[in-house]
Write a protein that binds this ligand. Structure first.
Ligand code: C2O
Ligand code: CU
Length: 468
């Protein structure tokens, strides 16, 4: 049975939040450049109602969300990873422009890490900003079970705000059963894969149900929002609490803080937004796609130590795409329920009627479902790539490019809301076209996929090659 949120709230008999205090995230933050990370099963209660059952989830270092990893731009980072899950896994550092062999994509950039085995990730983070890490092996299952955490890169030349004014807010959407437990039975449901992915009925922040944060009245606070859900697009209205925009996907806007100027703010799976708020009163952060549903609450603290002023972050030095002399490619997105299933090739064969259900491949880029032998495109290092992505499906998608940030240049000929708009994941509406461009400066084999993880698993997953 699929409950909607209101039914779930009724069932649990509690719509008021329990104060669990400031999530212990920063207490768990990494302080060294060399850390240990372990993936393992754990027990955790996702719903705060007393009668709700505890779920068996998977997490890093015993927590959902995992420990917040916090490093400095330009620093050499070493992560000793141990897999204590019952199945293989790997870790992807989402949004970091790092060396290909450290990108953590099992089957493309590394072999999966087997149960009981270890792998050492070593990289230098070139850009400051808000990123995240998550499993990249059967991501549709492993991320759904809780294998993710926040990853903050502080600017080399000093923090934007001290930790007491800097808050990580990782949003997740869980599907709970009638007892409030993680709904394991519906993992991998073909209905989700061919429609809008695995959507849940319960929201958490940093793995907690309706947590409360405390803020100082009138003083600047940075809220780093990350959408860690498998497939839900979150709708947020920063105007409701007077917040301004600092940046998207880790990249600061040049004139931050700035007004959003449109609404609502859509935060697709894997996308981030940094908000600056100087609160006058307590407020709730709410998801607004249906009836408002609170993620968490921000209370005004009784006493505050003299807070630091906000220092606008400098935009990262990203390579600017060339205006001419580009490698250009149209990418047609097709398939899915209510879409055209005709002419989709999977593993070199044209799919016939029964093949879709059998292979669970429902989506395609330029008629190819999932990773083919040959790349979607191949370019030389330093070339500017222009992708004109055309969504011919009946669903929205959240397209992610690995190893590079790109400029969103245009949507349907109407331009874009910010200029420049750098992202690593862009949302594309149904029947919409979006032009992105980036300098392919990072050699290796990289993924280009929908971050609605069921869509990626069922066809919206391609790779491209940057030749050294
Ligand atoms: Cu967030 Cu392919 O990754
Ligand atoms: Cu999608």
């Amino acid at each position: 049975m699929q409950l909607n949120r209101r039914q779930m709230l009724k069932l649990m008999g509690a719509t008021t939040a329990i104060s669990i205090g400031q999530p212990a995230l920063f207490a768990r933050a990494a302080t060294s450049t060399e850390i240990e990370l372990e993936a393992a099963p754990l027990m955790h209660k996702l719903h705060h109602a007393p009668e709700a059952q505890t779920s068996t989830l998977w997490g890093y270092n015993g927590h959902v969300a995992g420990p917040t990893l916090r490093f400095k731009q330009g620093e050499k980072i070493t992560i000793h990873f141990t897999n204590n899950l019952p199945e293989p896994t790997s870790i992807h550092w989402h949004g970091l422009r790092i060396a290909n062999k450290m990108d953590g994509v099992s089957g493309l950039t590394q072999d999966p890490v087997q149960p009981g085995e270890t792998f050492t990730y070593e990289f230098v983070a070139p850009d400051a900003g808000t990123y995240w890490y998550h499993a990249h092996h059967k991501s549709w299952e492993q991320v759904a079970r809780g294998l993710y955490g926040g990853l903050i890169i502080d600017p080399a030349d000093g923090d934007i705000l001290p930790e007491a004014q800097d808050h990580l807010v990782i949003l997740d959407d869980w599907r709970l059963d009638e007892t409030g437990r993680f709904d394991e039975a519906s993992l991998g449901a073909p209905m989700d894969w061919s429609h809008d992915g695995r959507l849940g009925n319960w929201l958490t922040v940093n793995g907690e149900s309706l947590p409360r944060f405390s803020l100082c009245e009138g003083m600047p606070h940075l809220l780093r929002l990350i959408n860690a859900s498998n497939s839900r697009i979150m709708e947020i209205d920063p105007d409701r609490f007077g917040a301004k925009i600092i940046g998207f996907d880790g990249q600061a806007l040049p004139n931050a803080p700035t007004e959003l100027g449109y609404k609502p703010l859509l935060l697709g799976p894997a996308q981030r937004v940094d908000l600056l708020v100087e609160p006058k009163e307590s407020f709730a952060l709410e998801e607004l796609s249906r009836e408002p549903f609170p993620f968490c609450f921000f209370d005004i603290a009784e006493a505050c130590e003299s807070p630091a002023p906000f220092v606008p972050p400098k935009p990262n030095a990203l390579p600017l795409p060339a205006k001419t002399d580009r490698f250009q490619l149209d990418v047609r997105m097709t398939g899915g329920a209510m879409g055209q299933l005709g002419d989709i090739f999977y593993q070199g064969e044209r799919m016939e009627r029964g093949d879709f259900q059998r292979t669970k491949q429902f989506w395609a880029f330029n008629n190819v479902a999932n990773l083919a032998e040959t790349p979607l495109f191949s370019v030389n290092k330093g070339e500017t790539v222009e992708l004109n992505v055309i969504n011919e499906t009946a669903f929205m998608h959240a397209m992610h490019v690995h190893g590079h940030h790109f400029l969103v240049e245009d949507r349907d000929g109407g331009g874009v809301e910010f200029n420049p708009l750098w992202r690593d994941t862009f949302l594309i509406g149904t029947q919409q076209s979006t032009r992105i461009a980036f300098v392919a400066d990072n050699p290796g084999k990289w993924l280009f996929h929908c971050h609605m993880l069921e869509h990626a698993a069922s066809g919206m997953n391609a790779w491209f090659e940057v030749r050294a």
